[in-house]
Design a protein around this ligand. Structure first.
Ligand code: TXA
Ligand code: MG
Length: 325
């Protein structure tokens, strides 16, 4: 199949109406989209991504009407969160209506909903009379794409069209939360920070889901992993420990001194801005993964704001072989 990259939202809409897949830009990462109400089309997403069927998808909408059409119960807290953060990088898990095909939510009785903030995605959704199921547009378990070229590198030849909306402005996936009347459960750290959620939730209890609460969700440890092994820790120590290997170095703000052992290096945010670090993270991981190094060594960033999502992705990239975090 020939893959075209372009900016024609009307063409993207016509393909989606025919049940085809289109990669779409969002503010977080690129998504691999299909008609969420067409089980056949959604099945193709799983095939193209090589994604196990137990990992449910996010359904994208462009209006509050979509929320009521897809969820059976919308708690007051969900409305407050939508008012504050939609369109934007927040996904809410709510009880689902029955016309959503089982494959979208892996047979669970909930559905994950998000209103993305990218103008192309919103235009596209407004042209369609169905919502879009869209996981990140990468092969299962690999680093998420933040440019149209990243998508083309991996899914080129497998999908007809990539809608090019430029580099993603946030750069890490949405924060996924389960919303109940008086409780918020964070399934995945992402573009909306814990601090931002606290401000809106006030006294409401909230907790971070642990691995045992995540039979289904794509909270698999090995997510977001480069092919090259990645070690997380203190850069100078790691460099000593692995002297003799060809290293690629991923640092937060400080440039490392290069040498014979270092074949590539990326600095996430020389000015120490965590938003910039998030935006650069996945492109940097890809670049280092393709550098020919034997090992990527990386350091965590401050555990605050978007730093939590960045560290989460780094830890997952480092834990390629199981649930041992
Ligand atoms: O930023 C994003 O969220 C991007 C863009 C394209 O919107 N999408 C994305 O999709 O990251 P994906 O499929 O790579 O991740 C979806 C996450 C997974 O962790 C999945 O397990 C979780 O959402 N999820 C989906 N449905 C769920 C449900 N019913 N309950 C709990 N978690 C759910
Ligand atoms: Mg993903």
């Amino acid at each position: 199949m020939k893959t075209t990259i372009g900016t024609d939202t009307a063409f993207a809409a016509s393909l989606l109406r025919q049940g085809q897949l289109v990669a779409i830009p969002t503010e977080t990462v690129y998504g691999l989209a299909a008609n969420a109400l067409d089980a056949e089309a959604v099945l193709r997403i799983f095939e193209v991504k090589n994604r196990p069927a137990f990992d449910p998808l996010i359904v994208h909408i462009s209006s509050m009407k979509g929320l009521y059409e897809l969820a059976t119960a919308v708690p007051e807290l969900a409305i407050r969160l939508a008012d504050s953060f939609w369109p934007g990088p927040l996904t809410m898990v709510l009880p689902r209506r029955n016309h959503i095909p089982d494959i979208v939510s892996s047979g669970m009785d909930t559905v994950a909903l998000r209103m993305p903030a990218h103008p192309f995605a919103l235009d596209l959704l407004a042209m369609l009379d169905f919502p879009l199921a869209a996981p990140s547009a990468n092969p299962f378990g690999y680093i998420s794409p933040t440019t149209a070229l990243h998508v083309n590198d991996q899914l080129g030849g497998k999908i007809p069209y990539i809608l090019d909306g430029g580099p993603c402005s946030i750069g890490v996936e949405s924060t996924v939360v389960g919303v109940e009347e008086d409780r918020l459960l964070i399934y995945r750290m992402g573009g909306i920070t814990v601090e931002q959620l606290r401000e809106v939730c006030g006294q409401i209890e909230f907790s971070v889901a642990n691995i045992h609460q995540m039979q289904a969700p794509g909270m698999l440890e090995s997510h977001y992993a480069p092919r090259c092994p990645l070690e997380l820790g203190h850069l100078a120590e790691l460099r000593r420990l692995y002297s003799g290997s060809k290293l690629a170095v991923l640092s937060y703000r400080g440039m490392v001194a290069t040498g014979e052992d270092v074949v590539a290096a990326c600095v996430l945010a020389p000015g120490g801005d965590l938003r910039e670090a998030a935006k650069n993270l996945f492109a940097a991981m890809r670049e280092l993964d393709n550098s020919g190094a034997d090992l990527i060594i990386a350091e965590t960033v401050p555990e605050e704001g978007l730093g939590r999502a960045i560290n989460d992705r780094l830890r997952r990239a480092a834990h390629r072989h199981g649930y041992d975090m």
